[in-house]
Design a protein around this ligand. Structure first.
Ligand code: PRX
Length: 644
């Protein structure tokens, strides 16, 4: 990997700066009056009732932003654009995986969201009820989210690659009354069942779900439970397209999104209304330099992740974006697909993950070069640190050596972008998220909370957020103790949010986020906890014990490497067993959690107190010399592991 040198600073071009949404005055305004600044950002939205106070932090760490204000998220994302005379503007250029496509204008979106809201009301759902959405990337998924927001229903989107078990645990935790799904989903030219997975998840009948609403996507046959199940075509599609949105309190829960933490049980991250929409809207406008009615924006995430929530649905639509939504993978039917889509719609802003940039690099620059990508004027990166080589490649081969790159650091918990260069303002360095956005405050500190001195480039610290921010999570669904423990106990004296990431600040005050410091892995930008995978492995009859680590991987950032001890009875065809164990993890969690390698070992390295030393296993997995083994009960265990 090439080191970053001083020559690698990319100042904004005068041409870009001349028309940029952001200017230096933004940071000055936030510095002069942080809360006043956020009040101004909130004013980008339509409030049915104005707020009386910007921030109430008296019940810290549970914030209330824009206290007393009332608004409707769907009204802000759809109705107001129609009322402002932009109903004919395309909101979504949808591109299906098999090659079908559909354009939805803001008028269309208003009618569809209203129909869904009317049908959800007919089902007896009321504000505060939870709805699970388990769908591929089709317009009805976005319509369902907006219909929930319109009615004050709290949605919980579950990635359609998750297993029935994973779906069920999320549905149970949130006590969802409705699941919206599809008959099946397209994956690389083949249809795969999805409704069947819902039936599998609900097989025992002992759950909170009263209704399953099914969108016909692939046309495949599906199992059916009378009374509980309904087709979208027979219900939503024939409902009235008129619906008047009611306003909800600024702190009304908008959604729950499950994410991996350090234990096996995923955490239901709770986001609310006014602060969340303010910050997603603000960041989308300034970080992506978005110009309504001119830009064609494309964020390649899935709505199953927070990036899809904040930068496909809420941020962009609140800013009257015209955007591309694509259902499939980047190589179906071949590696040209993304660039064909960019050409077809004239995409101007493209936002993706470093893992995909590295995949494009592997495929070679001849592929993007075969296309006219001159429409692209800004590139974004999210989900993991972007290595300088990938950054440079992205800028050169996708951005014609001139498009600014915004490397955006944030998390499911932060709800919206926290650190990023501001295009037109910030000089960027390949691989650095540069610094907190105006209105946001972050620090890099040591174990005791002392600032790590600027320029101590080798000193790695912990990233903390030392001021509350509007889109911050308001808790973990049903477990406020875990919320305090996970994020706030570490720096309880100072009252700072502990992000779980290692970071450093260089001599120019630029922040470099280096990755997780806890037992959370980042595989292709997906968060997976080591213990989640370990519990799937020990769930297999043959496994006595398992230890999982994230080892660095050239394409996916990290790859999952598992070490398992078998029960006496399970020895035999180890190769078959490894394949079976990989399949078991895919089945239990999702194919995204499938280990890259599984090593069958006689023992695991443990400390005297019985803790598995993952650090040493990571050394083994990455082929490094072992670190300090002095605390091990039996240092010889490694010979056995290496030989296995
Ligand atoms: O480790 C950081 C990494 O992704 C984690 C958050 O994952 P998740 O909640 O799934 O949200 C991903 C999309 C926002 C962070 O704790 N991460 C995210 N963006 C960056 C990053 N690491 C370095 N640079 C980034 N730009």
């Amino acid at each position: 990997m090439t080191a970053v040198t001083d020559l690698d600073v990319f100042p904004p071009s005068p041409e870009f700066a001349a028309t940029a949404n952001a200017g230096p005055e933004l940071a000055a305004a936030a510095e002069a009056d942080r809360l006043g600044f956020w009040a101004d950002q909130a004013a980008r939205l339509h409030w049915h009732e104005p707020f009386t106070e910007v921030l109430d932090w008296t019940d810290a760490p549970v914030a209330k932003w824009f206290v007393g204000g009332k608004l409707n998220v769907a009204y802000n994302c759809v109705d107001r654009h129609v009322l402002d005379g932009h109903g004919d503007q395309v909101a979504i250029h949808w591109e299906g995986e098999p090659g079908d496509s559909r354009d939805l204008t803001y008028n269309d979106l208003l009618a569809e969201v209203s129909r869904a809201a009317n049908y959800f009301t007919e089902l007896g759902l009321e504000a505060g009820d939870r709805v699970a959405i388990y769908m591929p990337m089709i317009p009805e998924a976005i319509i369902s989210m907006l219909a929930c927001a319109r009615l004050g229903l709290t949605h919980s989107v579950v990635f359609a690659g998750y297993s029935p078990t994973a779906l069920r645990s999320r549905v149970d935790d949130a006590e969802a009354r409705l699941i919206v799904t599809t008959d099946g989903q397209w994956r690389r030219g083949k249809s795969a069942p999805l409704k069947e997975a819902v039936d599998g998840a609900l097989a025992d009948g002992e759950h909170s779900v009263e209704h399953v609403l099914v969108v016909r996507r692939t046309g495949m046959d599906v199992p059916w439970t009378e009374k509980r199940d309904a087709w979208w075509d027979d219900t939503v599609a024939v409902a009235s397209p008129e619906h008047e949105a009611q306003a909800f309190d600024s702190e009304h829960p908008l959604f729950i999104l499950y994410t991996s933490g350090t234990t096996g049980k995923p955490k239901g991250i709770v986001h609310t209304t006014g602060g969340y929409l303010t910050q997603t809207s603000y960041t989308h406008h300034y970080v992506f330099d978005h110009k309504a009615g001119q830009d064609v924006y494309w964020c390649t995430a899935d709505i199953g992740w927070v990036t899809g929530h904040s930068y496909i649905v809420y941020g962009p639509l609140s800013n009257r974006t015209t955007q591309v939504v694509y259902e499939g993978t980047p190589n179906s039917p071949n590696e040209h697909r993304h660039w064909e889509i960019v050409e077809k719609y004239g995409v101007t802003i493209y936002y993706t993950a470093p893992t995909l940039v590295r995949t494009f690099m592997k495929w070679g620059h001849a592929i993007p070069e075969a296309h006219n990508l001159s429409s692209i004027r800004l590139l974004g990166s999210v989900g993991e640190p972007i290595n300088p080589e990938a950054w440079r490649w992205y800028r050169k081969h996708i951005g014609a050596d001139k498009a600014p790159i915004v490397d955006t650091w944030w998390q499911t918990e932060t709800g919206a972008i926290m650190m990023s260069p501001l295009p037109g303002v910030t000089a960027t360095k390949p691989g650095a998220a540069m610094g907190p956005l105006p209105g946001i405050s972050a620090k890099v500190v040591d174990d005791d909370g002392n600032d790590i001195a600027l320029g101590e480039t080798e000193a790695v610290g912990y990233l903390v957020l030392d001021q509350p921010w509007p889109a911050m999570l308001r808790g973990i669904w049903g477990d406020m103790d875990r919320y305090r423990e996970t994020y706030w106990d570490r720096y309880a004296d100072q009252g700072w949010y502990f992000a779980g990431d290692g970071a450093k600040v260089d001599e120019d005050d630029a922040f470099w986020v280096l990755g997780r410091v806890d037992d959370v892995m980042n595989v292709s930008g997906h968060r997976i906890s080591t213990s989640e995978v370990e519990s799937a492995l020990v769930g297999h009859y043959g496994v006595a014990e398992a230890a999982v680590v994230g080892a660095s991987d050239d394409t996916t950032g990290q790859g999952i490497v598992a070490f398992v001890i078998l029960k006496e009875s399970a020895h035999g065809g180890d190769a078959d067993l490894v394949a079976e164990l990989k399949a078991e993890v895919a089945r239990e969690i999702s194919p995204i959690a499938k280990p890259r390698e599984i090593h069958i070992v006689p023992e695991l390295p443990k400390t005297r107190s019985g803790k598995i030393m993952r650090r040493l296993l990571r050394d083994v997995a990455e082929g490094r010399e072992l670190g300090d083994t002095s605390t091990l009960v039996d240092p010889k265990v490694f010979e056995a592991i290496r030989n296995s």
